[in-house]
Design a protein around this ligand. Sequence first.
Ligand code: GLA
Length: 398
Amino acid sequence: MNENQSRFQAHEAATEAFRSVHGTAPQGVWSAPGRVNLIGEHTDYNDGFVLPFALPHRIAAAASPREDQVLRVATLGSDGRIQQADPIDITSLRPGTVDGWAAYPAGVAWVLRDHGLDRGADLVLAGDVPTGAGLSSSHALECAVSLALLGLDGQELDQPGTPERMKIARWVQRAENDFVGAPTGLLDQTASLCCTASNVLFLDVRSGETEQVPFDTAAVGLRIVVIDTRTKHSHSESGYGERRRGTERAADLLGIKALRDVAMADLDATLGRLPAELVPLVRHVVTENQRVLDVVGLLHAGRLEDIGPFLDASHVSMRDDYRISTVELDTAVEAAKAAGALGARMTGGGFGGSAIALVPESKIGDVEAGVTAAYEAEGWRPPRTFVAVPSAGAGRDA
Ligand code: GLA
């Protein structure tokens, strides 16, 4: 599937679903993509570096304004059925007042209300970002909804990567942290709002500075294959929060603002000042930040084909130090490499979800077959695999 196909389908599906719910055409359609992170995991909430790209898969929000302050949201399920949430009164929104999937659009409306935007809207959502796969479907939804509500208000933010977009990314993060209640960082929203086609996005989370770094895998005969393990472990949320608190405690003990402030050259001495249980967490974050910088350096030098060992080292660090990998992710990574991948790692928060592999074009079939066979041998259901092309960030479609 290519980017234009997906964008067209999400937009068409949302428009058609809007017509069937409301009997009219929407005033506009906005959409936002899911993401994979090439490298730089669990570094975002440590003020560090990340390097994601946008997937071709998108969620579209077809929208029209209302005269009142009510948000009516419906979503088109993969079974073709439309599910409508209870009407949401924007004026009385508070954290805890909406749960389930509707908390995501409600959280966005709650944040926008604080910025003076409280007009109601009819929204119908449709898309193809795999859910529960660690590919940021919830952030794609939140970003599409925020652009739709701002767009209905006449505020079009059409340039990915602008300071305006970074501001919206921080608003969406607030919706996620304070309304939905997930303690996530800035990676996913920024990827969805600021990525551009053919590039990876180098984000310095502390400064909010972004750089589009060319990532044309096809030009060097390579591809990124995404392997969705189709597993999610029950401790994913508590495990994420625990890791985050551990790194924040380490920063406190070291008397620094965030682990970003530990230089690679000082790593050993720094680890010696920490209690044993925090050592592997800090080692992961500091070395992972360095790996992002190294990969960006290689990409700038036109050496994309040399990044494989950094992907491998990142995976080992997450498996052994940060301890957020799973047997399904490890199996996917090992099988992909055995079948010819130049490097592979889990991507996203961990505890299930997806892995990515850097694969020579001629080996894509072997890698997909190798991973599937490894899963079969374990008696697991087959993973879902696809080739991911760095695609456009969020924007208006119609
Ligand atoms: C999840 C979070 C992100 C980031 C990653 C790990 O995707 O939403 O903020 O912390 O995990 O890199």
